[in-house]
Write a protein that binds this ligand. Structure first.
Ligand code: DQA
Length: 144
């Protein structure tokens, strides 16, 4: 039983990218912590990052085809714009997806306040930094 943890554009830069906003953990560090937590729950993990919207769409489809039990998605900036990601999540319903943002998007620029993902997700976690990924894992696991 697998959980897909998908990361969108610019999240490969974590660690050096605006650390005052996103913290100093790299994506590799986050992956390691997620791996430990997912495996402790007796589940497997696919942890990926892409800067390309269509690749993220393909991975959402793949999660459904391989009968994953859930998806955690940090869509990066595509979260604010992507009807394609919204439709992909709706398209694989009822596969549950939890949206994660490191920063509190509601406390930032107005263009970050809207999420195209949230209406298609079971829930959203934002503002808790990299700990949000672990919260999302717990939230998904509690539903299984
Ligand atoms: C982000 C928030 C987005 O607004 C931004 O474009 C990102 C990162 C976050 O994790 O806080 O790339 O998704």
């Amino acid at each position: 039983r697998q959980i897909y943890i998908l990361n969108g554009p610019n999240l490969n830069l974590l660690g050096q990218r605006e650390p005052g906003i996103y913290g100093s953990d790299t994506l590799e560090t986050i992956e390691q912590r997620c791996r430990t937590r997912v495996e402790a729950l007796g589940l497997e993990i696919q942890f990926r990052q892409s800067n390309h919207e269509g690749v993220l769409v393909d991975w959402i489809h793949e999660a459904w085809k391989t009968q994953a039990v859930g998806i955690i998605l940090n869509p990066g900036a595509y979260g604010h714009t992507s009807i394609a990601l919204h439709d992909a999540i709706k398209g694989v319903s009822p596969l549950p997806l939890v949206e994660v943002h490191l920063s509190n998007i509601h406390a930032r620029e107005p263009f970050r306040h809207k999420s195209m993902i949230a209406p298609a997700a079971v829930g959203m976690i934002c503002g808790f930094g990299s700990f949000g990924y672990e919260l999302a894992i717990e939230a998904l696991a509690a539903r299984l």
